[in-house]
Write a protein that binds this ligand. Structure first.
Ligand code: ZN
Ligand code: ZN
Length: 145
């Protein structure tokens, strides 16, 4: 048995039909203010809590909406078919990661965003705190490494 300083944590959708656990700490946490993420979340941005794909285990029925980004790269938005909570995103561009939606984590104290992408598409009232780097678009090396 190995001892770990970062035992991971858990998360779930609003109704509880979909539950997950993750091992270790997120590799990065960022916001996305693109129009698609605003529409799916019904809010001003999505919170992407990034883990290596193998660090996350999801249990329960998961519906998937497949979209294309920029007409080429595919992206899958996974959500609870009962309550509609957005749970996770997987990306063709970065197949090695799983992006968990911040609001579904049980331990919100672990959500410490460092950056936001697509600030150029953001809602006009929104001003992010100092310490969150704003990118006008979606540069390589943000979410996906
Ligand atoms: Zn649910
Ligand atoms: Zn987005």
């Amino acid at each position: 048995m190995t001892h770990s300083q970062t035992p991971g944590g858990t998360g779930r959708c609003l109704c509880g039909a979909v539950q997950y656990r993750y091992d270790g700490e997120p590799t990065t946490i960022g916001l996305c203010q693109c129009d698609r993420c605003q529409r799916q979340s019904g809010s001003a941005f999505l919170i992407g809590v990034i883990f290596p794909k193998e660090a996350v285990t999801i249990v329960g029925p998961l519906a998937t909406y497949e979209a294309k980004v920029d007409g080429e790269q595919r992206l899958w938005r996974h959500f609870c078919p009962t309550c509609g909570s957005a749970i996770s995103i997987t990306l063709e561009r970065y197949p090695e990661i799983r992006s968990m939606m911040g609001g579904t984590l049980d331990d919100k104290s672990r959500i410490t965003p460092r950056f936001s992408v697509w600030c150029s598409a953001g809602q006009p009232w929104l001003t992010l705190p100092a310490g969150i780097t704003c990118f006008a678009d979606y540069p390589d090396g943000t979410f996906g490494g």
